[in-house]
Ligand binder design. Structure first.
Ligand code: ZN
Ligand code: FE
Length: 759
């Protein structure tokens, strides 16, 4: 007696070897039918004995390819049609593709074995890949994901690759980027002496240069890296000088886990992150000194090789720890095409290791770490993007354009929220270009019509992302408040729309209700009902507005102006530059000074009092410096940061910092007492507000919650309380997560959540 089933599998199921997997499974279970790539995922029809059908469906769940991520399997009993044999059918194309685009995948173990096997036709071929591994998002030009729609379209398959591509039993069956040395692209090396051709020769030459302490630009999956020997201080110094990057930490790529263990502490959790399919840069406690690589930092960012080329470089004898930093100057976006790389990196790189396969779009390395409350992503890009991170209950398409710093955008199609790769700071011309490209790219890829599209942007009227929305042809536009979006991003990840929570957003700066500058906010509510601001940091002043974020002493003036009897800050040990006095004048005369409740600026103020009196060279630098300083302390008790009448009062906190510094107390101990004070103040506010409103759950988001010291203090201080603490896991707690939060708020805009009429 035969039965039949119609099955739909949704999630990341295309471009990951799913159809050959289903084909083999059907063969194993002796079932007839077919499988195809549909617009909504993979569609399967099978018929056979009832028991075998059940085992087959169970095996789809439990044995799916490593790179697949099944979100849903729908099974319907249907009439058997008497098919014999099992086939893979052509893709069907309907109106709009809602299938998910797979993020890029690291080279798999089977391909690595072939790569090092002299008998294999793809021996040492830097573009080896299969359905389990290789490039995806960085080569896709359009959907559906077929070879003519990828940047591999100019390399016709030879007989060898063709046979594999069409053999359902082969690991390369319908592997769109499949190639071999006979028919595929190659690498070459370009330096002052001209081109070195041949994959082996080019790689060998690159390795020689790296060993000599030279800087080599290496084309990877989503852009160029600048590489040099991380154990060679002269090479690292040259990299900093030529890249105009004075202090920002560099990430390194290590040969393997053993090499990783020589430079960082590799806990089981760190190892899990390092070897996860996204292969992010993992921040972990640094072990050995790599001079100049990550100055003033206790952590080092480390990643494992993820392309065949990386493995070949190490196998050919490259130094076992390489600085691998995005190829750009300062904080411009990563270079991803040849001419751009040659133009922008002339004078930076001594040589270029160039691959012929074009990159469809720039995608930086992701950055993650083992957080106090679980894995935290600080930059979400390669390996994660453009994966869906949430399902929103909204039928119409929605575009959320994010914030101006650490920008990402989110496109919601049929309720699936696709978050773009990290785009960067929009005040850089090239990042702003990339922002526009990414929006066009996602909207056209998913065939979304501008007429239907709901667009949501930040409430800041002067954000470039906001003013850009005015030029978009979409009919309906909304504004979402920055800090409510931070809180909503955490709830969106969990699909918690109705849960009433206390939402805490500790942040740099963002546009608040009524135009003041927020960044230390407590909200009560839910995504569906909206968030009401119930408490905040005591108001300080921000002389010069957002620009004060560049100068800790300028921010400090706006806070210290409220404190009586401070020591003279123009002399030792403080030695504040004249910028402080000038800023103080602005505050006193109330000229170009704006009310602020920003915790980020409070951290800047403390950093200034502890000696960080120069301008910062990258966002969050002073706070990171302060965290690193506090970690050097052997222990300290907290300074007071009282919570009363809905306000956290910073005055006793900063006063204690200033007095202890004047007294000559050790700086690490002062920094520790300050941070512990912040955590204690935060926890007393959380306890009071949750008791008052009978909340059992607290949401923490915003850039300040990248500070693991504060997070671990909060965990310890609240350990006795029956409170759940939710933080971001799928998107960053910094402004990289804003677009997801905006999307969630906009999806519920009809029910009165925190939006206002937009541009
Ligand atoms: Zn593979
Ligand atoms: Fe923010």
């Amino acid at each position: 007696m035969k039965s039949a089933r119609s099955i739909r599998v949704r999630g990341v199921v295309q471009g990951v070897g799913f159809r050959p997997f289903v084909y083999r499974l059907a063969q194993e279970h002796g079932l007839a039918g077919w499988v195809l790539n549909g617009e909504e995922g993979v569609a399967i029809y099978v018929e056979g004995a009832e028991q075998r059908l059940a085992a087959f469906i169970e095996a789809i769940r439990t044995q799916a390819p490593l790179a697949a991520a099944i979100s849903d399997i729908e099974v319907q009993p249907v009439e058997p049609s008497g098919l014999t044999g099992f086939t893979i059918r052509e893709s069907e194309r309907r109106e709009r593709p809602t299938v998910r685009i797979s993020p890029d995948l690291p080279v798999c173990d089977l391909c690595l074995q072939e790569l090092s096997d002299p008998a294999n036709p793809r021996y040492q071929y830097p573009y080896i890949n299969c359905t389990n591994c290789g490039p995806r998002y960085t080569i896709i030009l359009a959907l559906p994901y077929d070879r003519p729609n990828t940047t591999m379209k100019s390399w016709p398959l030879d007989a060898y690759c063709h046979a594999e591509y069409h053999d359902p039993a082969n690991r390369r069956f319908h592997a769109q980027p499949v190639a071999c040395p006979g028919c595929g692209p190659h690498y070459f090396l370009q330096d002052a002496e001209g081109p070195t051709r041949g994959d082996d020769q080019a790689i060998q030459r690159a390795v020689e240069l790296l060993r000599q302490g030279k800087i080599v630009a290496v084309k990877g999956l989503g852009g160029y890296h600048l590489a040099c020997d991380a154990r060679n201080p002269a090479a690292v110094g040259a990299m900093r000088e030529r890249k105009y990057r004075k202090e920002k930490p560099f990430a390194v790529m290590v040969k393997d886990l053993d090499a990783a263990r020589t430079v960082i502490e590799v806990s089981p959790e760190v190892e899990t992150l390092l070897t996860s399919p996204a292969r992010p840069i993992v921040l972990a406690p640094a072990k050995s000194e790599l001079p100049g690589v990550a100055p003033d930092n206790d952590d080092l960012g480390v990643m494992l090789p993820y392309t065949p080329l990386h493995h070949l470089l190490f196998a050919a004898g490259a130094p076992d720890v390489l600085v691998m930093t995005s190829a750009n100057r300062s904080s411009e976006p990563i270079a991803y095409d040849e001419q751009d790389a040659y133009d922008r990196l002339a004078g930076v790189a001594d040589a270029f290791l160039v691959g012929e396969r074009p990159i469809a779009r720039r995608v930086d390395d992701s950055v993650a770490r083992v957080g106090t409350f679980g894995p935290a992503i600080l930059r979400r890009s390669r390996g994660y993007a453009p994966g869906a991170v949430a399902n929103l209950p909204i039928a119409r398409p929605l575009l959320a354009v994010g914030a101006d710093l650490k920008n990402s955008v989110t496109l919601v199609v049929d309720g699936q929220a696709f978050v773009s790769q990290h785009i960067g700071d929009l005040d850089h011309y090239q990042a702003f270009q990339a922002f526009q490209e990414t929006i066009r790219d996602l909207v056209s890829m998913y065939d979304v019509s501008w007429d239907d599209l709901l667009v949501v942007h930040d409430a800041h009227p002067q954000y470039l992302s906001t003013t850009y929305c005015q030029s978009l042809p979409a009919v309906e536009k909304l504004a979402a408040q920055h800090h409510r979006a931070h809180v909503a991003s955490v709830l969106a990840e969990r699909g918690e729309w109705d849960k009433p929570v206390l939402g805490v957003s500790f942040d740099g700066t963002g546009y608040g209700d009524g135009g003041s500058i927020w960044g230390g906010e407590f909200f009560a509510g839910s995504v569906r009902e909206g968030f009401q601001r119930v408490a905040h940091l005591r108001r300080a002043s921000l002389p010069g507005g957002d620009a004060a974020a560049q100068h800790p002493v300028q921010a400090a003036a706006g806070f210290l102006a409220q404190i009586e009897g401070l020591p003279d800050l123009s002399t030792g040990p403080f030695d504040f530059p004249s910028r402080y006095q000038q800023a103080l004048e602005l505050v006193r005369k109330d000229v170009r000074s704006f009310p602020t409740t920003s915790i980020g600026r409070l951290f800047d103020s403390a950093a200034a009092l502890l000696g960080f009196t120069r301008a910062i060279t990258f966002e969050g630098q002073a706070a990171m410096w302060l965290e690193a300083l506090a970690r050097k302390s052997d222990g300290s008790t907290a300074y007071p940061f009282p919570f009363e009448d809905g306000e956290l009062d910073f005055r006793p906190l900063l006063q204690a910092v200033a007095e202890d510094r004047k007294r000559g107390r050790k700086q690490p101990d002062i920094a520790r007492a300050f941070q512990l004070g912040v955590a204690q103040g935060l926890c007393s506010a959380i306890e009071a507000l949750c008791r008052e409103r009978q909340f059992d759950t607290v949401v923490l988001s915003g850039g300040v919650f990248q500070n693991e010291l504060v997070l671990s203090d909060v965990r310890d201080l609240l350990s006795g309380e029956p409170l759940a603490i939710w933080t971001n896991h799928a998107v960053p707690p910094n402004d990289g997560g804003i677009s997801l939060g905006q999307a969630a708020i906009a999806a519920f805009a009809g029910s009165g959540a925190g939006t206002t009429e937009g541009t």
